[in-house]
Ligand binder design. Structure first.
Ligand SMILES: Nc1ncnc2c1ncn2[C@@H]1O[C@H](COP(=O)(O)OP(=O)(O)OP(=O)(O)O)[C@@H](O)[C@H]1O
Length: 259
């Protein structure tokens, strides 16, 4: 089955007595960009952590196409075609861009003692192929990064570091990309440029679906086809950007206005 629709049903995640996700359901179809909104502490990042296997939910169901991903290990979920970015930069700044990309691909390249000792030629071939793919992907985001593949990630500015993180996530050819607040630490203009890169990439890979957590509402308005709003772990609204920003419950959650 090729369809890679993410279907999360009634997912509940607790931390002791705190219910961070409360029977939360969300469906993301191939090629969709869904904005995940909500005030601070409403459960957005927890949802990403649950989908990617970092947190084990108490109950619910998570399917991606025909695969059951509920409570699966992060590596299995990544293999199934789900990749993510983090709110804070997770690059190893003293390592080169290439090494950072390589770390993200370690489970796709030959590894293990036997292969290292006896499969050196094959290993070198796959690293060379990986280098070509990494260079091509970086060039799609910014040719400047592709030209400086062996320079430390720390020598790049913030927007390029974000691009490198995106390349690391995209090199595994995921079908679903979870973006956790790409605007964090960037200017308004940089955020827009980065999101233009992402949407440009998606135009060439139309099956890729994206869930975007973002506080910059203009970004959400510009890129998402559908929005879902969380408050205290519960879904309080779903629909187009226009629908959710006009919704009384959403306005109350964000602005404290009367519903
Ligand atoms: N590992 C954890 N242990 C205990 N509580 C946690 C943990 N992770 C998240 N929480 C709690 O779960 C709730 C939801 O947090 P979460 O980080 O998902 O919110 P968020 O909507 O992503 O917020 P923000 O927009 O500020 O990033 C919060 O009350 C938070 O303190």
């Amino acid at each position: 089955m090729n369809d890679r629709t993410l279907v999360c049903s009634d997912v509940t995640m607790r931390f002791g007595g705190l219910v961070a996700l409360d029977a939360f359901s969300l469906e993301v179809r191939p090629g969709e960009v869904v904005g995940l909104l909500g005030p601070n502490g409403s459960g957005k990042t927890t949802f990403f952590n649950v989908v990617t296997g970092l947190y084990k939910p108490a109950s619910g169901a998570i399917r991606f196409g025909d695969q059951d991903l509920f409570r699966k290990a992060p590596s299995e979920i990544n293999h199934a075609g789900i990749a993510r970015s983090f709110q804070r930069c997770r690059l190893m700044l003293e390592l080169s861009v290439f090494d950072n990309l390589l770390v993200g691909a370690h489970n796709r390249l030959p590894n293990g003692l036997f292969r290292t000792l006896f499969g050196r030629k094959a290993a070198l071939r796959s690293i060379a192929a990986f280098m070509g793919a990494a260079r091509d992907l970086c060039a799609r985001f910014n040719p400047h990064i592709a030209d400086r593949l062996f320079e430390p990630a720390g020598s790049f500015n913030m927007i390029d570091r974000r691009r490198i993180e995106l390349c690391r996530a995209l090199l595994g050819e995921p079908r679903l990309l979870l973006l956790d607040e790409p605007s964090a630490g960037m200017t308004h203009d940089e955020t827009f440029r980065l999101m233009d890169d992402v949407t440009g990439f998606q135009r060439e890979s139309p099956e890729l679906s994206i869930v975007l957590i973002e506080h910059e509402m203009q970004v959400i308005e510009r890129v998402s086809q559908r929005c879902v709003v969380l408050n205290f772990g519960k879904k309080i609204c779903e629909g187009s950007y226009r629908t959710v920003v006009a919704d009384p419950q959403v306005r109350k959650a964000y602005l404290g206005e009367d519903a």
